[in-house]
Each structure stands twice: as C-alpha cells, then as structure tokens.
Write a new protein. Structure first.
Length: 223
C-alpha cells in the first residue's frame, strides 16, 4: 500500500485530491497538511511514501518545503500539484528531485496515471537488490500511459520542461517560437520536442494561415 500525504492550503482542494488518492487501488491517504510547517512535521511523524505537494502555501512555498525535506535526508518521494506554471518554479521542482509536476486543475486520470506509475516503480525497486539498465531506464526515462522512447538527441529532462510549458498553455495553442521563449530553448529544439509529442499522440497541431508565406504550426497539449 502506497502511503500518501496530501499538502494543499485550500481545504476543499485537499479534500478532492485526497478523494482521488483514496479511490486509486493500492494507495491510501495517511495525512493532510495545509501549511508547510505541518507538511514537514507530518513527514517526520508519518513517514509517507509519497507527498503530493502544493507550491502556494501560507507560511512557506512548496519549493522551500522540498528543500527542507532534502536537507533532512527524508526519503519521501514528491509529486508537485500546483497552479504555479512559471518555468522557474518548474525548474526548481525538477532540481529538487520531484517525480512529476501536475498543473492544476487536473483530472483524476492524470493523477491516477502518476500514482500507478509510482506504485509500479516502488514495487519493482523494492524487489530488487541490484538494478539492470532496463530497470534504471524505467525509473529515470519511462513515462506513464505507454509513451514511446524519446528519439535520438532528445532528453527526458528537456521533454519534461517543454511538456510543462505546453500544459500551462493548454487553454490556447502556441507556436514553437513562443514555447522556445518560455522554456529558454532554441526554436528548432523546441519544435523537435513539440513534433515528438504530436507523433506520440500527446499534442495536436493546427495550421494558422497568414497573408503570405508558409502557415504557422500551432501546438496544444492533449495528454
């Protein structure tokens, strides 16, 4: 059973997310925290396997909570669940070693995928004394929902960054140039990742025609 601590300053949102966890087979909610201080205290007391961590908390932000967890050598894994969609926050979370970053609002299937992915890795690693390359690849490179391996020249870390930028603009599409500007990548590099997402069915593209020249390719995340 995966023991989950839910951290969110909004009582109703915390209740909804706790309900999501409770209805996921193999997972249970062991605690709910509404402040960063409570989150740190409950991690020490409850020793959960996984923390669902909000960024916007009343006493300290989620990245500060994450830094305290890592400094205290807590082995709890973390998935960020937040409305914070600026790239600096996403980068900070990645550097803090989070497993994934879900941008609010999200649906139950999105969280279900991440919980199931974590549970499978938790079970697999718990049964191994040594890890082969395929095991390591699954931990660091595999993605939920059966996505294919990245093409040569693309990295999982940058793919994650481009995905988060595209997810944050899911209400409207964006061009490769716009995505590149937000992610601080070259336009050519951003487009390679965007086209990979289209090829694997996680994004869609439409053509926007202007007065002259080639039509502009506009991308939208579909998951």
């Amino acid at each position: 059973m995966i023991r989950v601590l839910v951290v969110d300053d909004d009582f109703m949102v915390a209740k909804v997310h706790s309900g999501y966890v409770a209805r996921t087979p193999g997972c249970e909610v062991v605690g709910i925290a509404h402040t960063g201080a409570d989150a740190l205290r409950l991690v020490r007391e409850l020793r959960p396997d996984l923390v669902l961590l909000d960024i916007y908390l009343p006493d300290m932000d989620g990245l500060t909570v994450l830094r305290h967890l890592r400094a205290g050598h807590d082995d709890t894994d973390v998935i960020v669940i937040s409305a914070a969609n600026d790239v600096d926050t996403v980068r900070g979370a990645m550097r803090g070693g989070v497993l994934h970053y879900l941008i609010k609002p999200f649906t139950y299937p999105a969280l279900y995928d991440q919980l199931q992915h974590f549970a499978s890795l938790h079970t697999k690693l718990g049964a191994l004394s040594t890890a082969g390359q395929s095991d390591v690849d699954q931990v660091f490179g595999s993605r939920p929902r059966g996505s294919s391996n990245l093409p040569k020249g693309l990295t999982a870390q940058t793919a994650e960054l481009v995905e988060q930028v595209l997810r944050a603009s899911s209400s409207e599409d964006m061009s490769a140039a716009e995505c590149a500007a937000v992610a601080q990548l070259s336009r050519v590099s951003a487009r390679r990742y965007l086209e990979h997402f289209v090829d694997t069915g996680r994004a869609e593209v439409r053509l926007r025609y202007g007065g002259t020249g080639r039509p502009e390719r506009r991308y939208r995340w579909t998951g």
